[in-house]
Design a protein around this ligand. Structure first.
Ligand code: SF4
Length: 415
């Protein structure tokens, strides 16, 4: 009888993809979605913030308390917390993301091990399915050449490198044959896809749109400077979602410099206004409380944020990461103040999202992703959530919704 493996995935969509690669590479073990019956648990970790590290540690504590499964750690946390967790005998083995395709061998290791792997590795595996999902996350690149002063990612994911275009097309063709119609292109710095090669994220998306069965392409987080003239040519394409996530991280010019960001507020504003005019919903990343964020700079940042047509927010309070330039910066901001600023910003963007949904007069193109308590959940072309009440099983279906109610944090429709 084969042993059972449970995969616990933390963090970003790239980790979701990496877990799918491990599941697809597993031959000598069975996958279980039920943690309590697992003989082995693989923790695919995140280390982007202190909070991420704490979540991973407390999950390992939960497993230790509730069972006897053998624990293996991988993901970005393998590079920052792995050795310590191994020394403390809290995990049996630690391996870097590059080793994941050798999952059968790694899980069979008798002796405890630490194998950080190669930070320049490029995956070869093509996955056929996305277990438990109705849309597919496709990792197109890995690593980042930017050096934002607060960020640990380049040190745990390596420098930017791109998957081969042919392999990505093969990947999407296989998943489209298996019924997937929505593809989310993901990576560490997606917009740097094709750097140093004769391709780009815009070229790749055009090619993907030609694959039979591809209905909608979504893009992970891109940097403002990566929305090039070439990229602007695809903005009106029907297969591109009417939403883009463009990472600003801050809206105070002084803070952007301190954070060693490559974007400039004036150009960000011009870009966001162009996208808004074209009907795009726009998401962004933001860090509050980075060292140097005085009350004066915060007021400037909020005034600038009010002037931007942002509809979605992915924001954190600053988290000191050992080994980053920001970790040695003075003028630290009190944690409570950082949290308060985060809530202020969230309230502003929630209201902008509500106003955006109220102002939109067209129909919503929705892929129903899941069902809970008799209600169906999905996202429309603007990446806004919608709840649908229906007697039919809609999971995996594409529906066009013209008659719906705009509610506080999502839209609602009864079919
Ligand atoms: S662009 Fe900056 S924030 Fe994003 S992964 Fe790279 S270094 Fe980190």
């Amino acid at each position: 009888m084969k042993k059972k493996v449970y995969f616990k995935t933390f963090g970003c969509r790239t980790n979701l993809y990496d877990s799918q690669v491990m599941m697809s590479s597993l031959k000598e073990y069975d996958i279980t979605q039920d943690e309590s019956e697992a003989d082995v648990i693989v923790v695919n970790s995140c280390t982007v913030t202190n909070g991420a590290d704490t979540n991973v540690r407390s999950y390992i504590g939960h497993v230790e308390k509730n069972g006897s499964a053998k624990i293996f750690l991988t993901g970005c946390g393998a590079h920052t917390k792995g050795e310590k967790l191994l020394e403390e005998n809290r995990v049996h083995g630690v391996f870097g993301q590059s080793e994941k395709e050798k999952i059968d061998l790694l899980l069979a290791e008798e002796k405890p091990f630490y194998n950080p792997g190669d930070l320049n590795h490029i995956d070869e595996t093509v996955v056929d399915d996305f277990i438990g999902k109705s849309r597919a996350f496709i990792k197109i690149q890995e690593g980042c050449n930017f050096r934002c002063s607060y960020c640990i990612i380049p040190f745990v994911r390596g420098d930017a490198r791109s998957m081969s275009e042919d392999k990505i097309i093969e990947q999407i063709s296989r998943l489209a044959l298996n019924g997937f119609g929505e593809f989310i292109l993901t990576g560490t710095n997606v917009g740097s896809y094709g750097q140093g090669q004769d391709t780009s994220v815009a070229k790749l998306m055009k090619r993907i749109s030609q694959v039979r069965g591809v209905r909608r392409i979504r893009l992970g987080s891109v940097e403002p400077i990566q929305i090039t003239d070439e990229f602007k040519e695809i903005l009106d394409e029907p297969w591109l979602e009417k939403h883009l996530h463009i990472a600003l991280q801050h809206t105070s010019p002084t803070m952007l410099k301190l954070m060693n960001r490559r974007n400039v507020y004036k150009q960000d504003k011009e870009l966001f206004e162009l996208l808004h005019e074209k009907g795009f919903a726009i998401g962004t990343d933001f860090i509050t409380g980075h060292p140097g964020e005085s009350e004066e700079l915060w007021l400037e940042a909020m005034k600038n944020a009010k002037d931007l047509p942002i509809t979605h927010l992915h924001a954190f309070t600053y988290s000191k990461r050992d080994g980053t330039p920001s970790a040695t910066m003075k003028a630290e901001v009190n944690g409570k103040v950082a949290k308060q600023r985060l809530h202020e910003l969230e309230a502003l963007i929630n209201n902008k999202n509500f106003e955006f949904r109220k102002a939109f007069k067209g129909s919503l193109e929705v892929l129903i992703e899941s069902q809970k308590d008799g209600l169906y959940y999905g996202h429309d072309q603007h990446f806004n959530k919608i709840l649908v009440e229906s007697d039919d099983d809609l999971v995996g279906d594409w529906i066009t919704v013209s008659n719906y109610e705009v509610r506080g944090d999502s839209n609602y429709a009864k079919l």
